[in-house]
Structure formats: structure tokens, C-alpha cells
Design a protein around this ligand. Structure first.
Ligand code: DOR
Ligand code: ZN
Length: 342
């Protein structure tokens, strides 16, 4: 197959930032995706429906034709009154839980998951999805084990105690997470990023450290990569596309203490197309990218289309933002597929 026309996809996990960075990156996503679940971890996190409205307006002002699906940052500002506002909002689609300190701008996240159970109960009752960064923040736990330990300590309990709560286990990176999601109810789903299916920890740490391949959850060994890839290709509707595209300035990635985040947005669909194609599963790309996420979030499927052609394209080396740069994922590499713009 050399040409692919699919229903326009949605990115069910995206970091857009705000201000100048937002202005520079939004078009990369809007060129390929109709909608995106927008993460709330700004440096001033999106903790209330009012802040979500302001952030929504800012995104719209830069890109009026794109539909951002807003999320709220789980914090102690949540209460039943705020939950009702979230339910009644037409622009908010979930609440994102970051264990405090676990990743970029998560300092104001949750310190004790047990203390959140009364909010989970309220969310379950009024059907607000819970989006989880599923890693423990316990620095005694090896960084490669933090996802598995999160499942064992918390996710099992949450899904058991709140069977009707819709939960998205974000950016899964392990075989343990894949198995947990498969075994769970239909209210449990997971997003899958390009980096967790294209790479394993050798791509990050072998032959010199590659800071642009550093993300959280950190890349794991290849057996985990294979398992997450198999989940993406499986046609199981519990697994859908979420890039976790997360731009950081070059100098903040190439640093003695570099930020976590892979900026995959500019070539996200060509990347997924390439990997599905290499695994003879191109027919599974459309449901993974365009159907399963929308269905899980109870959104209508898009009616617009996206066309991809099998022609080589080279990923930009860098993207300029004022006098600074952002380095995209796979910078300078050749990809087999490209987007045909309308
Ligand atoms: O790699 C990551 N970057 N993982 C996250 O969980 C957050 C994200 C970011 O915001 O930069
Ligand atoms: Zn993320």
C-alpha cells in the first residue's frame, strides 16, 4: 500500500505548554489531528475549570480550527462543587493525576493517593474519566520499576474499588501495564506513544546518552517495548493513540539535569504509520488512531479525513522558537510516510 486515507485521528495525550511555545507547536498537531486531550501540567497547573477555560481560549486564539479537549490537574482544590462544574463543562474531558514529583511540573500533584479516594468516588458517580501518570514517586523504587509498583500499590485498588470509573493508564511502557489493561474491565484503557513502541532503553543509553530520547516513564528493556507494540497492533480497543508529545527547549534537554519529554508532534502520524506498516498492520492504524480513543471518551468519531502517502521524508533538525530551539523526535532521520496537507 502506498497511500492511506483514514478518518482524521485524535491525539489522546498531548502537552502543548502555553505562550510562545504553544504558538510554535500547536500547528504541528493541528496539521494531523482533529482533537487532542491537552495535559494540564503547565508551570501554573490547570487546577480549576476556570483555568481550563482560559487555557482553552489561548489555544483557540492560536489555532481556531483545532479542538482542544481540556483536562484538570488533580490537586487538593478538587471538591464536589468543582467536580460538578467539570461535568457540566463542554470543554473538559478528564482529570489528570500526577503523583507529586514524578515528572515535569508535577510538584503540585498528589502526595497521597489514598487521600484521593473520595474524589474518585465522586468522579465515578458523575462519570468523569481519571487519567493517570502511573508511576510511583518513591525515590527508593528503581526508576525502571515505578510503573509496575504503581499498578501493584494503587491501580489494582482503584480499579477494584471504583469499577465504573473510566481510567486511562497513560503512556504505558511495560508488559505489566499491557497485561493489567487487558485483564481489566472495559472502563480501563491505555494510551501508547510512538517512542515506547519504536525504542527501548538502549536507544536512550547505549553508545552515548541521548537526552532527546529521555521521557517518563523512562524507556524500558526491549521485551517491554515488544509487548507495548503488540498491544498497539492488536486491534484491542483498550489501546489507543496518545503521543505524549512534550516540547522542551534544547538547552533544557541537553543539560546536566535534562528535562523528560519527547517532542514527537510534527511527524507523529508518519511515525505510527511507519511502525504499523513495518509490522504489516496498516489496517489497524485507523481504529488505533481515530476510533478507539474517541469511543472511550464517548466522543463522536471525526468525519474529516487524513491522507498519508508512502514517500520518504526527513524530520527537521530543529524548530526555532524566538532565539531558541526545540529538537523534534528522530531529528534528521528519514521516515517512510508523510502527510498530504489538504
Ligand atoms: O516525558 C514526559 N514529559 N513525561 C511526562 O509525564 C511529562 C512530560 C512533560 O510534560 O514534559
Ligand atoms: Zn504526558
Amino acid at each position: 500500500m502506498t497511500e492511506l486515507i483514514i478518518t482524521k485521528p485524535d491525539d489522546m495525550h498531548l502537552h502543548l505548554r502555553d505562550g510562545e511555545m504553544l504558538k510554535a507547536v500547536i500547528h504541528h498537531t493541528a496539521n494531523q489531528f482533529s482533537r487532542a486531550i491537552v495535559m494540564p501540567n503547565l508551570s501554573d497547573p490547570v487546577t480549576t475549570s476556570e483555568k481550563a477555560q482560559n487555557y482553552f481560549d489561548q489555544i483557540k486564539s492560536f489555532c481556531p480550527n483545532f479542538s482542544p479537549l481540556m483536562t484538570i490537574y488533580f490537586s487538593d482544590q478538587l471538591n464536589n462543587e468543582e467536580l460538578l462544574k467539570i461535568r457540566d463543562s463542554s470543554i473538559i474531558f478528564g482529570i489528570k493525576l500526577y503523583p507529586s514529583g514524578v515528572t515535569t511540573n508535577s510538584e503540585r500533584g498528589v502526595n497521597s493517593i489514598e487521600d484521593c479516594f473520595h474524589i474518585f468516588e465522586g468522579m465515578e458517580k458523575i462519570d468523569i474519566p481519571l487519567l493517570i501518570h502511573g508511576e510511583v514517586n518513591d525515590t527508593d523504587v528503581d526508576i525502571f520499576d515505578r510503573e509496575k509498583v504503581f499498578i501493584d500499590r494503587y491501580l489494582e485498588k482503584i480499579t477494584k474499588q471504583f469499577p465504573n470509573l473510566r481510567v486511562v493508564f497513560e503512556h504505558i511502557s511495560t508488559k505489566d501495564a499491557v497485561e493489567f489493561v487487558i485483564d481489566g474491565s472495559e472502563n480501563l484503557a491505555a494510551t501508547i506513544t510512538p517512542q515506547h513502541i519504536m525504542m527501548n532503553r538502549n536507544h536512550f543509553l547505549s553508545g552515548g546518552i541521548k537526552p532527546h530520547n529521555y521521557c517518563l516513564p523512562v524507556l524500558k528493556r526491549s521485551s517491554h517495548q515488544k509487548s507495548v507494540l503488540a498491544a498497539a497492533l492488536s486491534g484491542n480497543p483498550k489501546f489507543f493513540l496518545g503521543t505524549d508529545s512534550a516540547p522542551h527547549l534544547k538547552n533544557q534537554k541537553e543539560s546536566a539535569c535534562g528535562c523528560a519529554g519527547v517532542y514527537s508532534a510534527p511527524y507523529a502520524m508518519p511515525m505510527y504509520a511507519q511502525i504499523f506498516d513495518q509490522n504489516n498492520a496498516l489496517e489497524k492504524l485507523e481504529p488505533f488512531a481515530s476510533f478507539y480513543g474517541a469511543d472511550f471518551y464517548k466522543l463522536p468519531r471525526n468525519s474529516a479525513k487524513l491522507k498519508l502517502i508512502k514517500e520518504k521524508t526527513q524530520v527537521y533538525q530543529s524548530i526555532k522558537i524566538n532565539n531558541q530551539e526545540v529538537i523534534p523526535y528522530l531529528a534528521g532521520c528519514e521516515l517512510d510516510w508523510q502527510i498530504v496537507s489538504n
